[in-house]
Design a protein around this ligand. Structure first.
Ligand code: M6R
Length: 614
């Protein structure tokens, strides 16, 4: 949530900050603001709504030249999304400006204290108290870094803070606890960002900061300390994508571009993970083979789409390894006092690597001595850093708020992990593992075949432009696909959409079926005879009650024809891998339906890309 940019160098900070905000806007778009250091004072502008409102305001009232600045795009937590609550916030005297991501939990108590001292707090935000406290400390110590360390020691909760001092244009100071912050390392200039997109146009050299660290950037220097002022170090890394990956490339939406990138993303997820003879090598797994052999239970955690990837993974991992596997929403997990031992393997799935609910669940699990393996897309993010092992999904930056290539590559990583566990524990023969890997290698081509049907799916979406409700049915690994299809539609088209396990229909949901209701039905491959036939029965039942059935069935499956109002053809793939192909038309449908409804597909209302608050 919230995008943060900081800059000091010799370019115009206004341009660097606004461009950075544009690339971070997917993180939050309730308001946008900027503050520049100008001849002993802070000049700031901030506007409710999207970045375009701020840009318009700056066009009407230009900002002065400055080479030091900070900026923010907001996903509102404390206080309504209006101009007053927009960041940056200034201290009492207007000497410091602060932008913030996260939630300061002891904010009410600190606010009371400041008000008793006579501070005039204008907004409803927790951020403003940080600005006032920081300015107090700055007046006392005369040094923004020392002041930031002192303030951070008093704050509870999650925060990234970035601040400038009107009287010292040579630096920008930032701090982080439980919230993302990376440094971009330039030549004669340095950057701060919630993620590398903020500065990818200028540099691909980055410094990952640890927990509870303060960083001071000047043009030529980057200094990291802990909250007590002790020297500390970040981890330097090279970003393996460039600006072009963060641009739309001629597509109308990032989401559509990312859907069409999936053949490449799925191929990259597999790249270098096996030796060609079927032997898997997941070298980011820093858990020993002995420890993996001792695992007696797996718990998969994640939120939203990542949770659905986990649901698919359960089918595959249990089948291949015979290890009992549970899937749990990360935000529910630690509150139910789960039983974990040193032989429990927790698999944490997160595209962003910053989801607070998942991060807190990881910390809880590790405190209980469980091993945690992260499946993550974002190098340099917090979740892989705080896990015992990581498998990166290599999807490249995912900017559309609705996850697409993130999901498919999470599935690929889960399959690889399942096969790796089977290899290590000897629950599958080498040739069986090789056979599945060969099938996985076909996936990029299969996904491309699904994309080749895009125009048909778009036409279907346009026919349904007036619909107010859509249901999705699946069984086995197709059930999470149904859930994912429904989530995409809720997020993007803002209509009622629900996914059900088809077997559950007659236990209640069938009452929802009425004349003309569109129902997507994911039919398992014919290889799973019983499941397949039961799914066909479910389709018959809903059709008899008036549903408009949109049936996803594998090529050559003639049994569905009689009961399908529309048919979407899936390539013939193994049951466990079918989610990779069956999800694609549901993504295309949601993207197109939201487009024809006139919604902002990349920035759906009330949402933000990464949820860094609990
Ligand atoms: O970054 P993460 O994978 O941890 O995010 C988890 C969910 O917030 C995310 O998948 C969300 O549900 C997406 N908007 C779904 O499209």
């Amino acid at each position: 949530m919230c995008g943060i940019v900081g800059y000091v160098g010799d370019k115009q900070a206004r341009d660097v900050v606004i461009e950075g905000l544009r690339l971070l806007e997917y993180r939050g778009y309730d308001s946008a603001g900027i503050a520049l250091v100008d001849n002993g004072s802070i000049v700031s502008d901030k506007r409710a709504g999207k970045l375009a409102n701020l840009e318009k305001s700056i066009e009407e009232t230009p900002l002065p030249p400055s080479t030091t600045g900070i900026g923010h795009t907001r996903w509102a937590t404390h206080g309504a999304p209006n101009d007053t609550n927009a960041h940056p916030h200034l201290g009492q005297q207007g000497r410091v400006a602060v932008v913030h991501n996260g939630i300061i939990e002891n904010f009410a108590q600190l606010r009371d204290e400041l008000e008793r001292e006579g501070h005039d707090l204008r907004s409803e935000t927790d951020t403003e108290i940080a600005a006032h406290l920081l300015e107090n400390e700055l007046e006392r110590t005369g040094d923004l870094t020392t002041a930031m360390q002192a303030v951070c020691r008093r704050l509870e909760g999650a925060f990234t803070l970035v601040a400038v001092d009107a009287q010292d244009p040579s630096l920008v100071v930032a701090a982080r606890r439980n919230s993302p912050l990376v440094v971009g390392l330039g030549e004669g200039e340095n950057f701060l960002g919630s993620d590398v997109a903020a500065f990818i146009e200028h540099t691909r050299e980055a410094l990952e900061l640890g927990q509870d660290q303060v960083v001071t950037i000047t043009r030529d220097d980057v200094r990291v300390t802990d909250f007590d002022g002790h020297e500390a170090a970040g981890r330097r890394y090279h970003v393996d994508w460039d600006l072009s990956a963060a641009e739309k490339d001629g597509f109308d939406w990032f989401m559509r571009k990312e859907i069409f990138e999936q053949p490449r993303a799925v191929a990259d997820a597999l790249l270098g993970r096996h030796d060609g003879r079927g032997e898997l090598q997941l070298d980011e797994v820093r858990i020993t083979e002995d420890e993996l052999r001792d695992v007696d239970r797996i718990v998969i955690i994640g939120c939203g789409t990542a949770n659905y990837a986990g649901l698919v993974a359960k089918y595959a991992i249990e089948h291949w390894t015979r290890i009992p596997c549970e899937v749990e929403l990360a935000h529910e997990f630690r509150y139910r006092d789960p039983i974990l031992t040193r032989n429990t393997l927790v698999i944490a799935i997160s595209q962003s690597g910053e989801t607070a609910d998942t991060l807190m669940a990881i910390r809880y699990a590790r405190r209980q001595r469980a091993k945690v393996l992260a499946i993550c897309n974002t190098n340099g993010s917090t979740i892989p850093r705080e896990s015992d092992a990581v498998i990166y999904t290599h999807a490249g930056p995912e900017i559309g708020v609705a996850s697409t290539k993130g999901f498919l590559t999470q599935l690929m990583a889960c399959y690889l992990l399942g096969l790796y566990l089977a290899q290590v524990r000897g629950t599958k023969y080498g040739d069986e593992i090789s056979a599945v890997i060969s099938e996985l290698e076909q996936m990029p081509a299969h996904v491309q075949r699904m994309l080749d049907q895009a125009e048909t799916i778009y036409a279907l979406a346009r026919q349904n432009a007036q619909t107010r409700s859509v249901l999705f049915l699946g069984r086995h690994a197709g059930f999470p696909v149904a859930l994912e299809g429904a989530l995409k539609l809720k997020e993007l088209a803002y209509i009622h959409a629900e996914g059900f396990a088809a077997g559950e229909l007659k236990h209640g949901p069938i009452a929802l079926i009425e004349e003309g209701l569109p129902v997507f039905c994911v039919v398992p491959p014919r290889g799973r005879d019983q499941l397949h036939d039961k799914m066909i029965s479910a389709i018959q039942e809903i059709r008899a009650r008036g549903a408009h059935t949109i049936v996803l069935a594998e090529e050559g499956d003639t049994s569905v024809a009689e009961y399908a109002d529309e048919t979407i053809t899936l390539p013939v793939v193994p049951t466990l891998l079918q989610p990779i192909v069956a999800t694609v038309p549901l993504q295309l449908f949601a993207c197109e339906l939201a487009t024809v409804m006139g919604h902002d597909v990349d920035q759906p209302r009330n949402l933000a890309k990464s949820v860094t608050v609990e």
